[in-house]
Design a binder for this molecule. Structure first.
Ligand SMILES: [Zn+2]
Length: 570
């Protein structure tokens, strides 16, 4: 079938349509292909003005639905399949009804109570389990901490590095000696005892000698490390921390110079270089030191020339070792001289310019030397300066052999706690390790005031009255757990018995008498100095004995930076 499509030539007429209220779209009525008949105009007016203006109204109407019941009669059948037969129950009086209801309520309640009780039991059971688990972990933690500590001590004893490690060794030696002595005194008399004591002395000397050997090794290692530290410090850029936490770094001409010297030092001590590389290093060194002409630089130049000469002649590396060491030592001296490395002036212990010397220089009667006040350890009740640090150390190694590392740790801990709880705390920062030792050993007998426990590693001197600042007369020696519980108490007088409080007060009186200088010292320091320089505190009353004529001599002896004298005050 062929369908002919005739394209409509004229425009589609508007035949009406409608607009969707929801979408606003317009729909037009379709038009047919055949055009409508043209309306004949027979001269009659077919519209009326009134039809256009008449008011119309829409109203929905719903007619009522009629229903009726119908019973089965003669002519009608109604199905009764869905009908129900309802019989009247027993009549309940109000009292019976209420009683029934109460009984049911009680049954329901008992079920609910049982359910709640079960929940509660489960909860406390879980709590008990967590508590037991925590206790177990706590015990394990303490055990592992103790093991770790022992391990660390063993490590320190086998590989001593710092001053504290050697203190520990000497302390152990002294303990061993005393034990042996007591055994000998108990079992032997007369000539036998003397012989045994002599043997013991010999053993002791052997042990001291072996400790000293360790010391020499440690000093060598420390020297190398200190040199590195010194060079790195000098070459470090200046840093500021701004308010927003950003770090600003700045290289000055001095630090750049220090950096160059550090790099040069690194390449000088570097091993396994080829001949050409070594010659290159030597050339750089020569050019660097040549900038200044003095005895030291001339010596360095001479030595580098010598090594270069020997290298080109093919001398073996092993034979050059001594020469290299000399070059290295001389160059270090060069680096440490503020004239050639200005940044070093900042790091030298004793300023080379005598005008800049601090006026707190004191005399050590033991080694007959003048030293800066930082080289002296002052206990809080010392009246004179006494011996310098190194003399005291020597004395300690030889006679008392005390190990203060335990007290150092405890003091650090107390200071940390005080710093947090009271930013204005002063007294604890004035106290030194030996003071704390006196406090713990002589006043508190190294025992917890509550449980007489004597493991000092697990103990701390905590505040007695938690509202007051920590001080020797406001503290109590307790184990960590006890201290924690003690600080939670609201009232001391209600928690402890009167005799106990009396005992503690007595100890406080003893401490106050021993450290009677402390309150005065604390007053003489402003808040600022305490927070800034907590470790290097020297009382104002310190006598400064300083004859002027001896000034230069004593300084020149101390100008070199000695690594071994670097001791942590805290
Ligand atoms: Zn001294």
């Amino acid at each position: 079938v062929k369908v002919h499509i005739q394209k409509c030539a004229n425009c589609k007429p508007y035949l009406g349509g409608y607009r969707s209220r929801k979408t606003g779209k317009e729909y037009h009525h379709a038009s047919m292909q055949t055009r409508p008949k043209p309306i004949k105009d027979n001269g009659i007016v077919k519209y009326h003005r009134e039809t256009q203006t008449v008011k119309s109204k829409n109203k929905f109407q719903q007619s009522t639905n009629d229903t009726a019941t119908q019973m089965t009669t003669g002519g009608t059948y109604v199905a009764n399949l869905t009908d129900k037969l309802i019989a009247p129950g027993k009549y309940l009086e109000a009292d019976v009804y209420l009683e029934n209801r109460l009984r049911k309520i009680i049954t329901l309640q008992s079920y609910i109570r049982r359910w709640l009780a079960k929940n509660y039991v489960n909860m406390i059971r879980a709590q008990r389990d967590t508590r037991l688990e925590w206790e177990r972990q706590e015990i394990e933690r303490k055990k592992s901490e103790k093991e770790e500590r022992i391990q660390r001590e063993l490590q320190r004893r086998t590989n001593p590095r710092t001053k504290e490690d050697f203190d520990l060794l000497y302390c152990a030696l002294e303990k061993w000696r005393q034990e042996e002595m007591s055994i000998i005194n108990k079992n032997k008399t007369g000539a036998q005892r003397k012989a045994a004591l002599a043997a013991l002395l010999e053993q002791e000397t052997h042990l001291i000698a072996s400790i000293d050997q360790h010391k020499i090794i440690a000093e060598q290692n420390n020297r190398e490390r200190n040199t590195r530290k010194f060079l790195d410090k000098a070459a470090d850029a200046k840093r500021w921390i701004s308010v927003d936490g950003k770090v600003t770094e700045m290289d000055t001409a001095y630090t750049i110079r220090a950096k160059q010297l550090r790099d040069l030092y690194t390449s000088i001590v570097m091993k396994y270089l080829t001949q050409e590389e070594r010659l290159d290093v030597l050339m750089t060194l020569k050019h660097t030191v040549k900038e200044h002409d003095c005895k030291l630089t001339r010596e360095i130049v001479e030595l580098t020339d010598r090594e270069a000469d020997l290298l080109t002649r093919g001398v073996k590396e092993e034979n050059l070792e001594g020469l290299r060491k000399r070059i290295c030592t001389l160059f270090l001296e060069y680096v440490k001289n503020p004239e050639f490395n200005p940044e070093a002036a900042r790091l030298l212990k004793v300023p080379t310019d005598s005008a800049l010397l601090p006026n707190s220089i004191a005399f050590c009667p033991s080694c007959n030397q003048y030293k800066p006040s930082t080289e002296f350890v002052l206990t809080s009740n010392s009246r004179s300066v006494g011996k310098c640090r190194s003399c005291q150390k020597l004395d300690n190694d030889a006679r008392m052999r005390q190990d203060l590392s335990l007290y150092r740790k405890m003091l650090r801990k107390i200071r940390q706690i005080e710093e947090v709880s009271d930013p204005l705390a002063r007294i604890v920062f004035l106290l030194q390790e030996s003071d704390l030792r006196y406090l713990v050993e002589n006043i508190w007998n190294s025992k917890s005031a509550l449980s007489s426990e004597s493991d000092l590693y697990d103990m701390i001197l905590t505040r007695w009255d938690k509202q007051q600042e920590w001080s020797p007369w406001n503290c109590i020696l307790l184990s960590y757990d006890e201290a924690e519980a003690h600080l939670k108490l609201d009232s001391i007088s209600e928690s402890y018995s009167a005799p106990f409080i009396q005992k503690i007060h007595y100890k406080h009186v003893l401490a106050r008498n021993h450290f009677s200088n402390l309150p005065k010292m604390a007053k003489s320091f402003s808040k600022k100095t305490v927070s800034k320089q907590s470790s290097r505190i020297v009382p104002k009353a310190l006598p400064t004995i300083y004859p002027k004529s001896k000034k230069d001599k004593s300084i020149s002896e101390n100008t070199t930076l000695s690594g071994s004298s670097e001791v942590d005050v805290n």
